[in-house]
Design a protein around this ligand. Structure first.
Ligand SMILES: [Zn+2]
Length: 647
């Protein structure tokens, strides 16, 4: 998700500059190089190496959903069939479901956190009319209770461990919120646009770490979801176009011959092909029938969620995506006329295509066959195979949001982390991969994705002891922009560019992505994988960067010459003043024009905060600078450079 991160961050940058430079913490090497950190043994579920263990399991949730949209009433009614398999070693007497749509309801915790949906007299949140459970061939009315955005179903018979199956059928309806929070309704001049998400009751994750993950949906923390197969049918008035997660199964029923031919052409074209052109919006000839409703059938396999969007206002574009294995997928965008213009949505399909092609090559092949980009009012939001992006964005902002939301199709849509607890495992990882995908796009057309991330000085201005640590749950922090996106994004960037180098970093990050694709990694699985695959014990870095708010202050303290003679060599003393450590790079300039650089590993700080090394000088030293390329978030730059007394 992306909501006004830019402006929030810029405000912070200017507000805290003076405070950050005033602090000094001192340094205790035992705290940073903590022998107790990450030293618990691996389990049969999660190996010490960070890979899934030999007995790793996860449960499966498959869905068949029939949904009808009434645009006049702005109301959705649906039947949701969930086929749930308990692969865990534990018998389950009850199951928990997520009712995210209840965030708009007037009852429950979410309202006190986020405010009510609307004061127009309508009720929002799920209106559930029937819940049944089918187990061992018998169907009974379910014994259930609702707690805000959660529902517990007490099963008639305990669900057996290691393969027990249960089917739940839920009939429900709800009024689509006029206030857009990751889902809702917008108005364009050619008709309303419905972007529909968090729209069906779905399983909470039961895992080996915490059992049932039942944290409520309060608005900031996103979603932790089981993988499974989705088959869904969206019924809308005949004149609406529907795009959604997964592949359209019945083009012959819902598209004209002309539209089907254009789609076939797009499947073989690297250039964008129009399926519905701007001047065809609202044209009856573009619809296969002219009254009643049409049902659009979609299917997506091995996904963790589905969303869809419907409007009669949509222009529809598509182009082929070329994947590393030779497989082809289809990039698409659906948007109203208002989204057209210079560097606006006419380019969206190409942005989707290029993002998917780059990330597939760099990290892991995009697993699904279609990828569509459609509209929302302000920021952006991600789902498997579909993203919602601000419909009036243009220029760098439009590229940034599309590449960001589609970056989420790797983290967390493919690598299914616990987003509600750890925003950094999707937003931070994604911020990092967006930097690379933006550098790669069209010879860097849109510049630097995250100047506030890749310029460590800017981040240093925001790093204070009073911040929340990255590990803070997003619902428990006012600093989600910093701790969810920017600090973890910069952390990975420093790890790649400065600490490990791209080769070692990329191998380890790909290993994590492959090992945990379609699974549920924890932070420690990530840390252990990076340690193992890079061969470097990075525990000092994980601890300081992710668990604490320590700051970095490296300095050059002293230079003196061997035998008081500069041509015999020099002893240079550097210091680590605060609790965070980093490897040290020191550059030396001599009066005879020579210069040289010394790279010192992080291990120099294991025995204390001061380090003296020999430098083979040949003449008097004019200046010495630590972190000469400004790669680190040093909070006090004034002590980074040494010059002889009097200069
Ligand atoms: Zn995001």
């Amino acid at each position: 998700m992306k909501t006004r991160i830019y402006s929030i961050f810029l405000l912070l940058t200017f507000a805290v500059t003076s405070i950050a430079s005033a602090q000094s913490q001192g340094y205790d090497s035992h705290k940073t190089f903590d022998p107790t950190f990450l030293n618990n043994p691996g389990t049969q579920y999660r190996s010490g190496s960070g890979a899934p263990g030999p007995a790793y399991w996860q449960n499966e949730a498959d869905y068949q959903i029939h949904v009808k949209l009434d645009p006049e009433q702005s109301r959705i009614s649906a039947t949701d069939q969930i086929n749930y398999t308990n692969n865990s070693p534990d018998p389950l007497p009850y199951v928990w479901l997520q009712l995210d749509q209840n965030i708009f309801s007037k009852n429950g915790k979410s309202r006190s956190m986020r405010g009510n949906a609307s004061s127009n007299g309508k009720e929002y949140g799920y209106d559930i009319t029937s819940v049944t459970v089918k187990q061992n061939g018998k169907t009974v009315k379910a014994d259930y209770r609702i707690a805000g955005t959660r529902m517990q179903i007490k099963l008639p018979e305990t669900l057996k461990a290691k393969g027990g199956k249960v089917q739940m059928n839920i009939e429900y309806a709800y009024n689509v919120s006029p206030r857009f929070l990751r889902t809702g309704r917008m108005e364009s001049k050619d008709g309303p646009m419905f972007s529909i998400a968090q729209w069906y009751p779905r399983m909470c994750v039961y895992d080996d770490v915490r059992g049932w993950n039942t944290l409520p949906y309060l608005g900031s923390g996103e979603f932790y979801l089981e993988y499974g197969n989705f088959d869904y049918y969206v019924t809308v008035p005949w004149d609406m176009i529907v795009v959604g997660s997964g592949e359209l199964q019945n083009p012959k029923d819902v598209l004209t011959q002309e539209e089907q031919q254009r789609l076939d052409k797009a499947r073989n074209s690297d250039e964008t092909v129009s399926i519905i052109k701007a001047d065809e919006v609202g044209d009856k000839d573009m619809r296969p029938k002219h009254s009643g409703t049409l049902t659009w059938h979609f299917n997506i396999q091995n996904a963790r969620d589905i969303a869809w969007s419907a409007s009669k206002a949509y222009i529809w574009d598509a182009a082929r995506i070329n994947l590393p294995s030779g497989r082809k997928a289809l990039a698409m965008s659906a948007y109203p006329k208002e989204s057209m213009g210079k560097n606006m949505w006419n380019r969206a399909t190409q942005y989707v295509k290029k993002t998917l092609e780059y990330n597939s090559k760099q990290w892991f092949e995009y697993p699904w066959d279609t990828a569509v980009c459609t509209v929302e009012p302000g920021g952006g939001m991600e789902y498997p195979g579909i993203v919602f992006v601000a419909w009036k964005d243009s220029g760098a902002r439009l590229w940034n949001v599309i590449t960001h939301e589609y970056g989420h199709n790797w983290y967390p849509m493919t690598v299914g982390s616990q987003e509600r607890r750890y925003a950094w495992m999707d937003e931070g990882f994604n911020t990092f991969i967006d930097i690379l995908s933006t550098q790669n796009f069209n010879n860097g057309e849109w510049g630097n994705y995250a100047p506030w991330v890749t310029d460590p000085e800017k981040l240093a201005d925001n790093m204070e002891e009073e911040n929340d640590p990255i590990m803070t749950r997003p619902d428990a922090s006012d600093e989600v922009g910093l701790i969810g996106y920017n600090k973890p994004g910069l952390g990975l960037y420093i790890l790649r560019q400065y600490i490990l180098g791209p080769d070692r970093f990329d191998y380890a990050f790909r290993k994590y992505t492959h090992d945990w694709a379609f699974k549920h990694p924890t932070p420690k699985d990530f840390f252990r994988t990076m340690n193992n695959a890079s061969g470097e014990n990075l525990n000092w870095f994980w601890k300081e960067w992710f668990y604490t708010t320590w700051t970095l202050d490296q300095s050059v303290e002293d230079v003196h010459y061997k035998n008081q003679n500069p041509s015999d060599g020099a002893y240079i003393t550097i210091k680590n003043n605060n609790q965070m450590v980093m490897p040290a790079t020191v550059k030396v300039w001599e009066s005879n024009g020579h210069s040289g650089t010394k790279d010192l590993p992080v291990e120099i700080w294991q025995r204390g905060g001061t380090w003296t090394f020999q430098y083979n000088s040949t003449s008097k030293i004019d200046s010495v600078k630590i972190d000469p390329n400004n790669q680190l978030p040093d909070v006090k730059l004034s002590n980074n450079t040494w010059k002889p007394m009097g200069q």
